[in-house]
Design a protein around this ligand. Structure first.
Ligand code: ADP
Ligand code: MG
Length: 888
């Protein structure tokens, strides 16, 4: 900061505060404005699109850039600033300027950062907004562990976990997609390992560097124990997670420093239990379009969007988490499925529940605003309406004597005392502002009632005073009015000025009238105004008391909200199952996956009803472990691959599935590699990305995994690609002696030959019917391989001009006859003759390209035709000589 030579006391104060908040934009409250100075002003004026001025000063060189925003509109500007990735420190005047001696005292009351916003405009009520901290290991070789902690300040959810590799850290973070990530300030190399990857994979996230000591295990632990008021962390099950604790403690420290309010709604630290989670890595999650689409990152078109019939924001957020963390434990999955089934069967219960649930507001976020002291009267009314639904919900669930619905019902505290308190105290028509009165109901507090009476009477007195003065002066049109500058006044129009008596004191002259005051009028005024000030103050105090009482119960509120979320998710899953004709899958520990008449949950919704062609898929560990699926482009290969993965995922999150029947032996991980999609976001070449992902699959898949490979090897030359695809398939079939369940869609028909040598490999194709020169897609999965690509027919369907299509057909026939080599050049033999003459026989074969080129090698052909058992050694030697000559 360039400091001007001479500074006013106010500016000195500014600079002192700014020094402590270097990496923020400081919103400095001055009267009705928040002002920014120096570089902050330059930045803010650019981001906010407001005029940059300068603080007046005698000499030009001392000019200080400044800009400001009006305090009543601050939240809009704050939103803009934070959206642009800045941290904003809000500095308020903390004493009454009228009582201040010298410069008004000011303090930063809150720092708003991308990960720590409670402003509604910035929150999407269907997703959590996480702040994350990552503890990076010291470079020592032994402990390669990373700690990750995540917190949603708006709901109080606080998570912790540890990971061994950086890739896993990225997976976790991309899954939760935090808005801000805290890292330790460190030596450059230490910092770089993680920061670089984060910048690559989460380019929009705000990275905040925090002092090393806050990450130190002892300090971090102390911070956590202090907050939770416990002696250890064993109760949370995270005592043995030093790296996680380091991250969690650093995260909490940051919140305490920036928020400066009670955060008692953050009441537990929850370890993310990966042992019981079906793992889906980042790229698979994106490929399967679980929470958002690949193109455009939209919610619509994702599995989440298709399944979401939740009625509350808490439910919507929980549904999203459940999709991102499906389960592995069969009992837990079946308990969920059983619950969905109960709600699936009882349509009227489901209807009633949905109806009631939709009257529950976002209790989690309301609660956090209450605890943070940011809730207004309308928020409390929303809390009240939400509470009012709780007894009804309990009542609806009372018929269940066991299972999760009973558990939910038992766990809901109906919070009727708080509801009553709010109901007695808070006016439903209250305005947003807490300083303008009209928020507390009459009858709630005696003192307030008295003040209200005085005000009402006072107004009445003033009105009767008007009548009295009219009579006394004979000025028929005398009016009493009020303005902020000099309070109540008497107004006399120009035409009647002659009748104004002596005791009227003139205050203001207008075009058509004069305004006066009288001592008597001022006396009334004092009474009324005094009462008004007292009333505003008292209402605010009473409001704060009610809010504090609600805050005291925040644990019970969060708990009730969590039950509502669970119930909402179950109800939503039952609803979508009913609407879309899903069935309950049989989930067990077995090694088989059998799906009868399975459908793609998202694509079927985009087609007219009944148009989606269902397909059966069976996978086991004996004869159908690796399915090689061939078929022309557009046949439906990718669709069947994805639908299989999605059905497994849905089953393991506890949802019904789009099929007639399904039996799912639980899988531990789902891997997908979908080719042909350039990963622009990462700025890497398709092939490199593809091989990274392939490596990940080969390194981590187990016999319990499900692997989806869609056209791998596309990103390189045909023969490279084919060889890689072949080797990958072979590895998967033989992995750990048991193989991995794999669906392998490919345009390399050669891969179908794998089934000849590997009993666990089976070929399938997607049926196509030829009709003259055109093809019709049947989208039906059939046993057996194919050897035709129909690429030219597909090109024609896609609208490639017929001239080009015809020419392509000609070229293809030429290639097939061997007149052209695969590059489209004429094929000439060494003696200058056209090769094709010699090769006629070989080329008469079907169009399939063999593994080693477009034509048979004559040497090879000769060898193949030999009957070795009939050869004498001499004949063999002669043959060898002949072969050698052939190859010249
Ligand atoms: P491929 O991967 O074989 O090129 P896709 O799976 O991408 O083919 O499918 C192409 C299109 O065909 C899809 O977008 C969808 O509109 C349609 N399709 C695929 N499978 C089916 C099906 N089972 N029933 C109806 N239409 C389907
Ligand atoms: Mg495809």
């Amino acid at each position: 900061m360039t400091k001007p030579a001479k500074v006013t006391p106010m500016l000195r104060q500014y600079m002192e505060i700014k020094e402590q908040y270097e990496d923020t934009i400081l919103f400095f409250r001055m009267g009705d404005f928040y002002e920014m100075f120096f570089e902050d002003a330059v930045t803010a004026s650019r981001v906010l699109g407001i005029t940059l001025t300068s603080r007046s000063s005698k000499s030009d060189e001392n000019k200080i850039p400044m800009c400001g925003v009006p305090f009543h509109a601050v939240s809009g500007y704050l939103t803009k600033m934070v959206k642009a990735g800045f941290r904003v420190a809000i500095c308020e005047q903390v004493e009454d300027p009228r009582e201040a001696k010298g410069v008004v005292k000011r303090e930063v009351v809150r720092v708003v950062t991308p990960g720590l916003v409670t402003e509604e405009q910035l929150l999407d009520d269907k997703t959590n907004r996480y702040l994350a901290a990552v503890s990076v290991p010291r470079i020592s070789k032994k402990n390669k562990e990373f700690g990750i902690s995540l917190l949603d300040i708006t709901t109080g959810e606080f998570l912790v976990t540890e990971r061994v590799e950086i890739g896993e850290v990225i997976d976790e973070l991309t899954r939760m997609s935090p808005s801000e990530i805290l890292l330790e300030i460190g030596k450059p190399e230490e910092k770089n390992i993680i920061a670089e990857s984060l910048e690559q994979f989460l380019p929009d996230v705000c990275l905040t560097y925090r002092p090393s000591h806050t990450f130190q295990l002892d300090t971090a632990r102390e911070t956590l124990l202090d907050h939770f008021q416990t002696v250890n962390l064993a109760g949370f099950g995270c005592e043995d997670m030093p790296y996680g604790i380091s991250a969690a403690g650093a995260l909490l420290d940051y919140i305490l420093e920036t928020q400066k309010t009670d955060i008692s709604h953050v009441e537990r630290l929850v370890p993310i239990d990966l042992a019981n989670v079906l793992l889906i890595d980042d790229s698979s999650r994106r490929n399967l379009e679980i929470a958002q689409t690949i193109v455009g990152g939209k919610r619509e078109g994702s599995l989440l969007h298709t399944l979401d019939y939740t009625c509350t924001p808490m439910g919507a957020r929980l549904l999203r988490r459940r999709l991102l963390f499906p389960l592995r434990d069969v009992d837990s999955i079946n308990a969920r499925l059983m619950t969905v089934e109960q709600l699936f069967r009882d349509a009227s219960l489901r209807e009633n529940l949905r109806d009631t649930l939709s009257r529950v507001y976002d209790l989690e976020r309301l609660n956090s605003r209450v605890v943070l002291g940011r809730a207004n009267a309308r928020d409390l009314t929303a809390v009240k309406y939400s509470f009012a639904q709780l007894p009804e919900i309990k009542n609806m669930l009372k018929m269940f004597e066991e299972g999760l619905l009973k558990e939910i019902s038992d766990e809901i505290d109906d919070l009727s005392d708080l509801r009553q308190l709010i109901d007695y105290g808070i006016r439903e028509d209250a305005v947003v502002s807490l300083r303008e009165g009209n928020i507390i109901k009459e009858g709630f507090n005696e003192e307030l009632d008295e003040l209200i009476a005085v005000l009402r009477d006072g107004k009445q007195m003033i009105l009767s005073h008007e009548a009295k003065e009219r009579e006394r002066t004979g000025i028929a049109k005398l009016k009493i009015g009020f303005n902020k500058v000099f309070g109540y006044y008497l107004e006399v129009s120009k035409g009647q000025l002659a009748n104004v008596p002596d005791y009227f004191i003139r205050k203001q002259t207008l075009v058509n009238a004069e305004r006066y005051i009288t001592p008597e009028l001022k006396e009334f005024e004092n009474k009324v105004m005094g009462a008004q000030d007292k009333r505003l103050e008292l209402e605010y105090k009473l409001f704060s008391e009610i809010r504090d009482k609600v805050a005291e119960k925040s644990a019970a509120i969060i708990h009730a909200a969590a039950q509502i979320a669970r119930l909402d998710v179950f109800t939503s899953l039952a609803e979508v199952a009913r609407r879309n004709r899903y069935v309950s899958p049989l989930v067990n520990e077995g090694d088989e996956i059998t799906i009868i008449e399975g459908r793609h949950p998202v694509i079927e919704k985009s087609l007219p009803p009944g148009k989606f062609v269902p397909n059966d898929v069976h996978l086991d560990q004996h004869s159908e472990e690796v399915l090689i699926i061939t078929g022309p482009n557009m046949a439906g290969k990718s669709t069947i691959l994805r639908q299989t993965a999605l059905i497994v995922l849905m089953a393991q999150m506890g949802s019904f599935v789009p099929a007639e029947e399904a039996e799912i032996g639980v899988v531990d991980r789902i891997f997908t590699r979908v080719g042909a999609m350039d990963d622009l976001r990462k700025g890497q070449s398709t092939f490199m990305v593809e091989m990274n992902e392939t490596a990940n699959i080969l390194n981590n898949a187990t016999e319990k995994s499900l692997v989806i490979l869609d056209e791998i090897g596309r990103g390189t030359s045909t023969f490279d690609g084919l060889s890689i695809a072949w080797a990958v398939a072979e590895d998967l079939v033989e992995k750990n002696g048991k193989g991995v369940k794999t669906l392998f869609a490919t345009h390399y028909h050669e891969l179908t030959e794998l089934s000849l040598t590997h009993k666990r490999v089976k070929n399938y194709n997607i049926a196509v019917r030829e009709w003259n020169d055109a093809i019709i897609f049947l989208h039906k999965l059939m046993k057996g391989g194919t050897n035709r690509s129909y690429g030219i027919q597909v090109a024609s369907l896609a609208g490639v001009p017929s001239k080009v299509v015809d020419r392509a057909g000609e070229i293809l026939r030429n290639i097939e006859k061997g007149e052209l080599n695969p590059q489209g050049e004429p094929r000439i033999a060494s003696d200058g003759k056209r090769y094709s003459d010699d090769m006629k026989k070989a080329e008469e074969q079907p169009s399939q390209l063999s593994l080693f080129g477009g034509y048979e090698d004559p040497v090879r052909e000769k060898i193949n035709s030999l009957q070795l058992e009939n050869l004498t050694p001499l004949e063999a030697l002669n043959l060898l000589f002949e072969l050698k000559n052939m190859n010249k």
